[in-house]
Design a protein around this ligand. Structure first.
Ligand SMILES: NC(=O)c1ccc[n+]([C@@H]2O[C@H](COP(=O)([O-])OP(=O)(O)OC[C@H]3O[C@@H](n4cnc5c(N)ncnc54)[C@H](O)[C@@H]3O)[C@@H](O)[C@H]2O)c1
Length: 439
C-alpha cells in the first residue's frame, strides 16, 4: 500500500520510516528542499538516537523515498499522513498555517479518494473545520482521521514500537479501521474515538504532564523555604500508586516543542470557549518562574553578575535530543547576558552556531572544559549523561571562587559536590532558600 507523509520533522520522519519498516511503500515530502536533499543522500538533520540507521536501512529496502512538494504532480497513494508543525502564535493559539498549506496541497494534487490522517497536534474542533473548509468541496470524497502522536524526543524509536496507546479519531468507520490496521504489528491499546475527542486527548495528556512538573516544582520551592528535601518527598509520595513517580523531578521547568505551546494553546482554547482554565494558567506561570531561580541564587551569592564568568551546561531542552525550542537554557543564557555576565555554554549535541543565533553574545564551546574554564559558577540546565558522570574533582580545578554549581535538574549528588569544595544548589534539595520568587 502506498502512503504519503507530509512534513518530515521529528514526528513525520519517524512516521515515514516506521511505516516503511512495516512494509508499506512510503513517499516522504517536505517543503524544506534542504531537508529533502539530505534525506535523499541518507543523511538526517535532526538528532534522534538510532533514527539515522533506521532511515538508511529502510531506504535501502527501496520502500522509503523522499521528494520535494513541487516534484509531485499528483498524489496517488491511498493514505496521506500530515505531520507539519503547529507552533505557538503570540496570543498562545496554535498557528495552523503549515497545516492549512499542507491540506490545500493534498486536496489539490489528489488523484483519487484519500484517507487524510493528521498527526500534528491541533486544537479540538480543527478536524471538523478542515472537513468543512477543504474536504467537502474537494473533487474526491476524502476521509479524515485524527491520529495524534505521543512520541518523546530522545526515545522516539522506542515509542514508535512500544507506544503506551494509539489514538485514532474518526467519524468514518472504514477509515478508522484502515488506520488501525497500519499499526497491526504494534502491541498497544488502540483508543478509537471521534475526531474532536482524539484532538483533546493529546492536549489533555500534555497539559496533565506539565501540571505534574509545575506541581512538584512548587513543592520543591516550598521545600527550600521550609527545610524539607524534595528527593525524600518524591520518594515518599511516589510509592502511592495513585500518584506514581514519573514526571516528579523538580528543576528549572519544562521546555521543548510540545509542552509549552500545547499548554498555552489549551489555555487559549479555553478562553475562546468562555472558560477560564485557572489551573493551566498557574502551570504556565510556575514554569516561567522556575527559570529565574538560578539567576536569583547567583545574585544572592555573588551580588552583581556583571563580568562574572558563568558556564551553562546543556542547551537542548532535555537529553538525547538536539531540540532547543523553548529550552530553559536559552532563556537562562539571555537573562545572564542581560545581567552583564560573561556566558560560555556547551552541549554535547547542539553546536550553538546556526541553531542558537539568538544568543549571540554567548560563547558556544566545543567541549566542556572550555566552557568551565575560570567560571565563577556553573549552571547545569540539561541532564546529559556526560554532565552527570563528569569528574567533578577535575571540574573544580578549572573553576574559580566562589565555585558555585546550580544543579537545575537535581541530578548531581549534592553531598559529593560539596565535599569537593563547590557551593552546590539544587531545586528543593534543602540546599538554599529562595528569596521572594518573582516572575
Ligand atoms: N516533536 C515532538 O516530540 C512531538 C511529539 C508529539 C507531537 N508533536 C506534534 O507533531 C507536529 C510536528 O512536530 P515536529 O516536532 O515534527 O515539527 P517539526 O517542526 O520538526 O517538523 C515539521 C515539518 O513540516 C514541514 N512542513 C511545513 N509546512 C509544510 C507543508 N506545507 N508541506 C510539507 N511539509 C511542511 C517543515 O519543513 C518541517 O520539516 C506538531 O504539531 C507537534 O506539536 C511533536
Amino acid at each position: 500500500m502506498k502512503i504519503t507523509v507530509l512534513g518530515l520533522g521529528y514526528v513525520g520522519l519517524l512516521t515515514a520510516v516506521g511505516l516503511a519498516n512495516s512494509g508499506y511503500e512510503i513517499i516522504g515530502l517536505d517543503v524544506d528542499i534542504r531537508k529533502i536533499q539530505m534525506l535523499q543522500n541518507e543523511n538526517i538533520y535532526i538528532y534522534e538516537p538510532g533514527l539515522d540507521e533506521f532511515v538508511k536501512e529502510n531506504a535501502k529496502k527501496g520502500n522509503l523515498t523522499f521528494d520535494t512538494l513541487e516534484n509531485v504532480s499528483c498524489i496517488d497513494s491511498e493514505i496521506v499522513f500530515v505531520a507539519v508543525g503547529t507552533p505557538s502564535q503570540s496570543n498562545g493559539s496554535a498557528d495552523l498555517s503549515q497545516l492549512n498549506n499542507a491540506l490545500e496541497y493534498v486536496v489539490d494534487r489528489a488523484s483519487n479518494p484519500l484517507t487524510i490522517v493528521v498527526k500534528s497536534t491541533v486544537p479540538p474542533g480543527t478536524g471538523k473545520k478542515i472537513k468543512e473548509i477543504y474536504l467537502e468541496k474537494a473533487s474526491f470524497s476524502h476521509s479524515y482521521v485524527s491520529n495524534p502522536e505521543f512520541l518523546r524526543e530522545g526515545q522516539a524509536l522506542k515509542d514508535w514500537f512500544y507506544p503506551d496507546r494509539i489514538v485514532i479519531g474518526g467519524d468514518d468507520r472504514e477509515a478508522t479501521t484502515l488506520i488501525s490496521h497500519l499499526y497491526k504489528d504494534i502491541n498497544a491499546p488502540i483508543v478509537i474515538t471521534d475526531v474532536t475527542t482524539a484532538e483533546m486527548i493529546k492536549y489533555a495528556s500534555n497539559a496533565f504532564l506539565a501540571t505534574k512538573i509545575s506541581f512538584i516544582n512548587e513543592i520543591a520551592n516550598l521545600c527550600d523555604l521550609t527545610g524539607a528535601n524534595i528527593d525524600g518527598v518524591v520518594q515518599g509520595v511516589s510509592h502511592d500508586p495513585r500518584i506514581g513517580g514519573s514526571f516528579l523531578r523538580a528543576g528549572i521547568g519544562y521546555g521543548g516543542s510540545c509542552f509549552p505551546k500545547d499548554v498555552r494553546a489549551l489555555d487559549f482554547i479555553s478562553t475562546i470557549n468562555g472558560h477560564s482554565f485557572e489551573l493551566l494558567k498557574a502551570v504556565i506561570n510556575v514554569n516561567n518562574r522556575q527559570r529565574f531561580i538560578p539567576i536569583q541564587i547567583l545574585k544572592r551569592e555573588m551580588g552583581l553578575l556583571s563580568g562574572k564568568k558563568i558556564a551553562v551546561l546543556g542547551l537542548a531542552f532535555k537529553p538525547n535530543t538536539d531540540d532547543i525550542r523553548e529550552a530553559p537554557s536559552i532563556e537562562i543564557i539571555n537573562l545572564l547576558i542581560g545581567e552583564g555576565a560573561s556566558v560560555k555554554a556547551y552541549d554535547p549535541i547542539v553546536d550553538g552556531t546556526e541553531k542558537n543565533c539568538y544568543c549571540q553574545e554567548a560563547v558556544f564551546t566545543k567541549n566542556i572544559w572550555e566552557a568551565i574554564h575560570e567560571a565563577h559558577a556553573i549552571i547545569l540546565t540539561t541532564e546529559w549523561d556526560e554532565f552527570v558522570n563528569l569528574d567533578w574533582f577535575e571540574v573544580f580545578k578549572y573553576t574559580q571562587s566562589p565555585h558555585i554549581i546550580i544543579d537545575g535538574r537535581n541530578v548531581l549528588q549534592p553531598r559529593l559536590i560539596k565535599e569537593i569544595g563547590f557551593k552546590c544548589f539544587g531545586i528543593g534539595r534543602n540546599t538554599h532558600r529562595v528569596f521572594q520568587l518573582q516572575a
